[in-house]
Design a protein around this ligand. Structure first.
Ligand code: SAM
Length: 181
């Protein structure tokens, strides 16, 4: 998965859109081989990067890729499903999920839970690059609209969509937890 160059490109792209700051505490759900985790750790130099993934194969692979950052406790990777998030000692600044939400058991409910673990004003980014046969720019646009609706339905505000022109294009929908919670 990590060797597919478009996967790598879209992971680096979404992290750049999230505008991660050095002290940020960030969670990635469904980190796969851990490419975005590595980029988050490169940016959040004084913060903390958490990841949850329900595949032990992915936890091992991402663990190898991020071994140095894990050793110094800048990164913590957990073998868990999005429907059983670990407790976080402090609210998070940002959350992301790249081509993962489509596998979640109950996305609407899990997005509300992700809103709960964010601080007021915290950011979320959901990414979809449709991998179904024959996917086109229309498929991506539809996926982006679905992510937008899910985010607003879960109480996020200021949702906006960005597109990365790969084949097929990648949609990233960014949104914010309201300042009043
Ligand atoms: C298509 S892969 C994407 C991996 C990575 N984000 C990327 O873009 O390369 C989907 C990932 O989501 C994880 N995943 C699927 N369902 C999950 C769940 N319920 N909770 C946590 N992770 C999940 C899978 O194990 C897998 O690593």
């Amino acid at each position: 998965m990590a060797h597919r160059s478009s996967n790598r490109q879209r992971s680096l792209w979404v992290v750049s859109l999230l505008d991660v700051q050095p002290t940020d505490r960030v969670l990635e759900v469904g980190f796969g081989p851990g490419v975005a985790i590595a980029e988050l750790a490169r940016r959040a130099t004084r913060g903390r990067v958490y990841g949850v993934d329900h595949s032990d194969v992915m936890v091992r692979q991402a663990g190898k890729r991020n071994a140095a950052a894990i050793r110094v406790r800048r990164v913590e990777l957990l073998h868990a499903s999005v429907d059983r998030l670990p407790p976080f000692d402090e609210p998070l600044d940002a959350v992301l999920a790249v081509n993962s939400l489509g596998f979640w058991p109950d996305p609407a409910r899990h997005l509300k839970e992700l809103r709960r673990v964010l601080r007021p004003g915290g950011r979320i980014a959901l990414v979809s690059q449709p991998r179904c046969p024959g996917a086109t720019a229309d498929t991506t646009a539809r996926a982006g609209r679905e992510l937008h609706d899910l985010l607003t339905g879960a109480g996020f505000v200021a949702a906006r969509m960005e597109t990365l022109p790969l084949t097929p294009p990648v949609a990233c929908v960014l949104a914010t937890k309201p300042a009043d919670g």
